[in-house]
Design a protein around this ligand. Sequence first.
Ligand code: URA
Length: 233
Amino acid sequence: MERLDKILAHLGYGSRKEVKGLIRKGFVKVNDEVVYDDDYKIDDTDCINVYDEDIIYDDFVYYLLNKPKGYLSATISINYPTVLELLPYRKGLFPIGRLDLDTEGLLIITNDGNLAHNLINPKKEVEKEYYFKYSGKLVENARELCLKGININNEYITKSSKLEIMNDFEGKIILTEGKYHEVKRIIKYLGGEVTYLKRIRIKNLELGDLGIGSYRELTKSEILDLYEKNEKN
Ligand code: URA
């Protein structure tokens, strides 16, 4: 269930304040009944109508895919299958951001360029969490170095990241940007080598127990949440 004013604002009917005005003035119907209450909650089956026009809320599609190894995060490729080949419907779709060929895990596939921009833009500082296995021994102060930012081969300094070493062969790391091979390069700098990598979360959206190679559609509240600003922005 999601608030009506939040959904209308997301769909571009105005700011939260403006859409509250629309609702109170009686321009909005839910299932053919005028609704005057701006915190009215609706679910996926409700039909919203504004200014006597039904809202087609399905122009955009959003899939959450558990990417397997061996699939390219691209729309076309000659050498490898692309992640789009795992979906029932591909026209106009693209993955938001990239996972390496040998990385598994959470990938959002959509035709909504605005959402892609919101999630990828490093200025938005959207958290992306990875689980990894590693070999080698990481330096003692690995966590602090990650927090401070790491100079990768004098090419760039990583934004602050949160590292959790779970044991001698597993860890988790949270990044807010997506530079080329960033997790692998950070772990290498810290003395280890990533042997397995899987993205498990973007913002509040978790991969959960979705099987490898499987996908599901995002719910409306998940989509709205991905659009919500971080507290920092
Ligand atoms: N960092 C990497 O090194 N690889 C990925 O696929 C994603 C983040």
